[in-house]
Design a protein around this ligand. Structure first.
Ligand SMILES: [Ca+2]
Ligand SMILES: [Ca+2]
Ligand SMILES: [Ca+2]
Length: 196
């Protein structure tokens, strides 16, 4: 029974380790403020800087599963503002100060696939094909459409930021997770047979 329990423990450690044991993605140089040339972020934690004259930073992320995506931006130097865009560059949602103090926080239900996250100072806005602006406050206005880029209205302040992402899965588990879950259930079945 002890060996079965150990196997189950290993399976649980593997399942949780895959989701949490990661380092941060660090902005390379100054990330573009245009969605078409966004940096591909390979981690759920992103660290970067808004420098003097920096119009904002856009990161591209590819999610393997659907779920509730939560984006938190924190900085001790800048008043952060964030925006979320889909694979077709459509504006979805934005936030300025919901994260406590002047930090940003938003949650949005996403599908598996590509998304873009923009970050800048509080005066950052998104620009669409018709050159209209949206200040990234709450849900995007209906029909705003595809965004070419984000812009900081003025360079208010400069400094580092951390974007912390989490994806709370509300969908069918991925095959790898199912496999581990199956192992655990098999282990429990063996335990029952041995104690019976
Ligand atoms: Ca930057
Ligand atoms: Ca930039
Ligand atoms: Ca803010």
């Amino acid at each position: 029974m002890k060996s079965t329990l150990n196997k189950l423990g290993v399976a649980i450690a593997l399942a949780t380790g895959m989701a949490s044991a990661q380092a941060a993605y660090i902005e390379s140089g100054d990330a573009s403020n245009f969605l078409a040339s966004a940096q591909l972020a390979t981690d759920m934690t992103i660290q970067g800087t808004i420098g003097q004259g920096d119009e904002g930073d856009v990161f591209k992320l590819v999610f393997g599963s659907a779920g509730i995506l939560t984006i938190q931006a924190a900085s001790s130097q800048i008043d952060t503002n964030i925006g979320l865009f889909d694979a077709g560059f459509n504006a979805l949602a934005g936030d300025d100060d919901s994260g406590g103090g002047l930090n940003s926080l938003l949650s949005y239900a996403i599908s598996a696939g590509t998304y873009y996250i923009g970050i800048g100072d509080y005066a950052m806005y998104a620009v669409n094909a018709s050159n209209q602006s949206w200040f990234l406050d709450g849900l995007a206005p209906a029909g705003f459409g595809a965004v070419s880029n984000i812009e900081n209205q003025t360079s208010i302040s400069t400094g580092g930021y951390t974007l912390s992402l989490s994806l709370q899965n509300n969908a069918v588990p991925e095959p790898a997770t199912l496999g581990l879950l199956g192992l655990g259930l098999l282990g429990m079945g063996m335990m029952r047979r041995k104690t019976a």
